[in-house]
Design a protein around this ligand. Structure first.
Ligand code: HEC
Length: 107
């Protein structure tokens, strides 16, 4: 009787029958959550499309994201999608930027 209870508890603490998320899936989810929270006021919820204010940002590299999001600049030689400088700077960690890059580069 007691053994069965313990087995049930072990089963529940493993999160039930669904597979736990892999590190890659966790990163994608983190990137998606950051994008939806911080970026979609201007960029489209679908990063491959133009937003109400910001351009499409699908495929953005980590280098581009780091320059644009942290400093409002672009990597050397990069041709910006827009000539404006309207985007606010957002103080994100390297980890957050990597998660955003993973999400935006997702096929
Ligand atoms: C206040 C509106 C606004 C917010 C919020 C915003 N952006 Fe932008 N973003 C823009 C605009 C407008 C541009 C076009 C250049 C400019 O005017 O700064 C841009 C340009 C970019 C570019 C450069 C695209 C290119 O190829 O030239 C990237 C990458 C980008 N945004 C990513 C992000 C990410 C990631 C977030 C969230 C962390 C974000 N932006 C939040 C408005 C915004």
């Amino acid at each position: 009787m007691r053994l069965r209870l313990i087995l049930v508890l072990i089963f529940l603490s493993c999160g039930g029958p669904s597979e736990p998320l892999s590190p890659e899936e966790k990163k994608l989810k983190q990137g998606q959550a950051l994008y939806r929270t911080l970026c979609t006021s201007c960029h489209n919820i679908d990063p491959a499309r133009e937003g109400s204010i910001g351009p499409a940002v699908a495929d953005a590299s980590l280098e581009l994201l780091t320059a644009k999001v942290l400093q409002g600049t672009y990597p050397p030689g990069y041709k910006p999608a827009r000539p404006t400088n309207m985007m606010t700077r957002i103080a994100l960690t390297e980890d957050d930027l990597k998660a955003l890059a993973a999400f935006l580069q997702k096929k």
